[in-house]
Design a protein around this ligand. Structure first.
Ligand SMILES: [Zn+2]
Length: 103
């Protein structure tokens, strides 16, 4: 009787290099564009909630409402910077799940 000694298999480690992804370099997905196209098809979303005259191009995440660029800028400066008030552009920015939930 011979017991076969199994050769120790060399585990090939798959090294996944964690590269820092700069999201602004990644093209915005078609899905996202389609989503906002659909959102803006709704007349409640199509026009700015503030001035009600211009078409929406931005979104205020903390208020979950659509605004035009000018009103978005006003909100941005009124609150004191983008970090605090979370103004997003609809078509040129990436969105995470949390932000999309409020849309
Ligand atoms: Zn407006």
């Amino acid at each position: 009787m011979s017991t076969e000694a199994k050769p120790a298999e060399a585990t090939t480690e798959v090294k996944t290099e964690s590269k820092l992804v700069i999201t602004s370099d990644v093209p915005v997905s078609q899905k996202l564009t389609d989503f906002f196209d659909a959102q803006l098809a709704d007349t409640h979303n199509k026009f700015c909630i503030d001035c009600k005259t211009k078409e929406s191009t931005h979104f205020l995440v903390w208020l979950s409402c659509y605004t035009c660029k000018d009103c978005a800028e006003q909100h941005r400066t009124a609150v004191g910077g983008n970090n605090k008030c979370y103004v997003k552009e609809l078509f040129n920015e990436h969105w995470d799940d949390y932000q999309l939930k409020s849309a």
